[in-house]
Design a protein around this ligand. Sequence first.
Ligand code: HEC
Length: 390
Amino acid sequence: MSAKMTVANLMILITFASFLMYQRAGKVETVGWAKGARRAQSVIIMGAGLYIIWAGVYGYFVPAVVRIYVLSIPQVLTVLGVFIVVTIIAVLSMRNAKQVPLHWGRMPVRSQHILILNAVVVILTMSLMGYARSSSRVHWHIYGVLEDTSPYAYSPALGQASAFMSLSTFVFLFLVAFLFWVISRTLRRFSTQYFFLAPFLFWAVSVPERPAVPAPQVSERPKFFRKAVVTACGFLIAFTYLANQVPQMVSLPPKKQEFDPSQIKTKADLVKLGQGLFFGKGQCALCHSIGPSESARCPDLKGIGAKLTREFIYESLTQPQAYIYLDYRHEGPPKQYPARMPHINKPPIGLSEPELLAVMAFLQSLGGEVTIQPEEVKTFLATTFSKEAS
Ligand code: HEC
């Protein structure tokens, strides 16, 4: 959420800045304070950008309520404020501006670098999107439906991935540069519409001993080629370096928790196993806390063992919709709402029946008496295993 808000606000701000430049193109201010106006505009826009980024990063360290009410709204208001203030400055300072002729095809070196960086960023972003998709699906082909826990179905850490992304961006740009080189050397007058034929034609004209077409002398060679390469490579190296500075996490498929019945001797063993499942494979702690917690969104399960019967716990886990929930947080009669608790025995969590018994034993141990016997789990395993074997 924090990242989304930040990116959306930054994009709006940058789009606004581009409109501003577009509006200013080919005009020279005549008012005396033009220089100051330009400076003020860039300071305001950059300051707003920095504030939005700061709020976005800070948003990761505060509870959701603060993030939404205290940080997001000022982010939006900042952008709106920039619109208003900067537009007023722009309109006033561009009054009676002189029109100067535009020369198409002529641009400062700075703009050329920006254009090249633009190409680099677009290609890099495409590979980053692929990486984001791969790393967020974790070990699922289709989340919750088709699992892939084979050892090769992992996403590398960002650092390693960034090196590959930078390399592929470089190779792509290199190939494009090669194409341009080929075209500018042999096929200057060849329609660029058929640029993809250029390598073939290049090869075709170089096959005979004498060159079929005398290579036309290229009058204007790009003089900034080396600088452009340095800019692009510098950017890619900086990106790879930065990506290696954040914490590196390889997303490996989860370790299968072995259910070894010989390890379960006492109720305490069962409870311990259930505790592991509660905080691990069962993912219960994503939603539930044990004891009051600021970040918990769902019922606090402290003392739940004393409140619920074994049957009710079982039903809560496997038939969450069986119990009708009523919402009283508004005027008038309470409204029913569907259960938000997932089916624990179905994918994506998909605990097996013995695992369910262990989790239930852990829940019972929270303030209540554990009535699940270790033998139950063992007989359960014995019957399911013998069923599978036969
Ligand atoms: C996606 C969030 C989520 C996850 C994950 C989750 N629960 Fe729940 N759970 C809820 C919600 C929300 C409720 C309240 C009832 C409802 O809305 O379905 C609930 C209700 C319960 C209840 C009944 C509480 C009561 O007072 O009636 C129990 C017991 C429970 N969960 C145990 C678990 C266990 C054990 C796990 C892990 C195996 C788990 N939950 C995983 C969201 C979750």
